[in-house]
Design a binder for this molecule. Sequence first.
Ligand code: URA
Length: 254
Amino acid sequence: MIIRLDKYLADTGFGTRSTVKQLVRKGSVQIDGVTVKSSDLKVDTEKTVVTVNGKIVGYEAFEYYMLNKPAGVISASTDEREKTVVDIISEKKRRDLFPVGRLDRDTVGLLLITNDGALSQKLLAPGKHVEKVYLVRVTGELTDEDKRAFEEGLDIGDDKLTKPAGLEIKTIGMYSIEGQHFVRSDAYDAELVTEAEVTLTEGRFHQIKRMFEARGHEVVYLKRLSMGSLKLDDSLAEGEYRKLTEEELTELGG
Ligand code: URA
């Protein structure tokens, strides 16, 4: 791809177009080893070697990261007060990264972070029905009736019922709250909690929490496990991320 030098530098994190123009004017930028003073020169993102103060700058048109989102961080690109999921990606080159869809502040798990708008639209478009699977723990005991209600669609206070969703009950047990976590326990204050997997093909605001609320249960833990073909890598601890592999990206349609 042939682009202007100022765009190349802005895209790779050297600041706004006007900041990078100053950088070039100061003589800090070289193209194929030669110092240049003009920002409107054209560079080939595949072939030209651009250096800033002697350091090679690699250009990537698109970046794709899989993040295991921790609790307490918001699903946004930037925020004046709060830490965002994009702030966690410290090795990013691009300044235009965003999360594909949103997870609530207290939800953990899989989040794709990219600057590929076309892929994001493909994954989020309501007509595409991309499946998202979540691990959920809720208060009380879930039953086959809850399963049926999820399959039939629930009234969660919106214009329309929710689309058919999958509910697979995994385990039912006694748990106590320890800090932010629920741990299996036989303590006197332990509560009955059901662990289940939910599969959704839409993404309404607080959807899973509202679906369980409509059935009389409170969500105490929510983790996204997958989105379409992309599965959360279990070697990533909460707060860790890695680049998508070529294979993951191809399967996802990027
Ligand atoms: N449903 C919710 O209620 N919260 C999320 O973060 C994702 C799905």
